[in-house]
Design a protein around this ligand. Structure first.
Ligand code: 0WE
Length: 255
């Protein structure tokens, strides 16, 4: 039980295939007590059904991460329920669909703004709200993707937003380090989730990773869970500001 006595909050569960759900299950298995947020009424029942498996007193709170009032209400409620917080998972991203098709050069000002607000600024806002509750130190984990560092065709503005997310994690790590709060990113290989569904060529991308990654396969959700446990726990006590690639080695390749 590597996370016994710890409390956490998970942003970004949409359904059972969500990366956030894989990491939440792994955290809970290691003894963490968790709260969950959901984005919009559409996802409320899904999240309630999944989170409910950890007991009927599991906090399940609405949160649109672009709304400061939502964020304030979430941390108010979690503070009242848990008293303190040790863990936070940020597994939230959105860019308007049309921005993930065609050329990056066509990205509208509004699509750029929305992608950065939802996918990058939200980490700053959540970290700021969480920090006062992380009174005996904490671990903040955010999900990223290789498109932050190299061009992945059609990932477009999401790649720019993930670069901002990773840089934000470094600056947050610097600011929050004196409070023993660590901030890291997991850069996952492609996973077949709701966010990936309907992305043209996603199946081909999975095949490409399988063919070219050193381990010749794709990452499994449980393996992201295990990395989430590592980053949350004492094994990573001296790791902060990092982006950890959990991609079967794909990122090391030059060709
Ligand atoms: O970060 C992501 C996807 C995040 C995402 C997905 C959607 C789909 C629906 C953000 N915004 C939206 N907006 C929608 O309207 N990934 C790492 C998965 C992903 O998405 C891609 C990829 C990969 C990999 C898009 C283009 C190319 C590759």
């Amino acid at each position: 039980m590597m996370l016994a006595g710890k409390t956490g909050i998970v942003f970004g569960v949409a359904n059972k295939r969500s990366i956030a759900w894989a990491i939440a299950q792994a955290w809970a298995r290691e003894g963490a007590r968790l709260a969950f947020t959901y984005q919009g009424e559409r996802l409320k029942d899904n999240v309630a059904e999944l989170a409910g498996t950890f007991g009927s007193d599991t906090p399940i709170l609405p949160c649109d991460v672009t709304r400061d009032e939502d964020i304030a209400a979430v941390f108010q409620a979690v503070g009242e329920k848990f008293g303190k917080l040790n863990l936070l998972l940020h597994s939230v991203a959105f860019a308007p669909r049309e921005a993930l098709e065609g050329e990056f050069v066509a990205t509208s000002r509004e699509a750029f703004r929305v992608a950065h607000d939802v996918s990058a600024y939200s980490l700053v806002a959540l970290a700021r709200a969480a920090a006062p509750l992380m009174t005996d130190g904490g671990s903040i984990v955010a999900m990223s993707y290789y498109g932050a560092e190299k061009v992945v065709p059609r990932y477009n503005v999401m790649g720019v937003a993930k670069a901002a997310l990773e840089a934000s994690a470094r600056y947050l790590a610097y600011d929050l380090g004196p409070k023993k709060i660590r901030v890291n990113c997991i850069s996952a290989g492609p996973v077949n989730t709701l966010a990936a569904r309907g992305i043209a060529g996603f199946t081909e991308m999975l095949k490409h990773y399988e063919a070219h990654a050193p381990l010749r396969r794709n990452v499994l959700p449980d393996e992201l869970g295990a990395t989430g446990v590592f980053l949350a726990g004492d094994g990573a006590a001296a790791i902060t500001g990092q982006t950890l690639y959990v991609d079967c080695g794909y990122q090391i390749m030059g060709m």
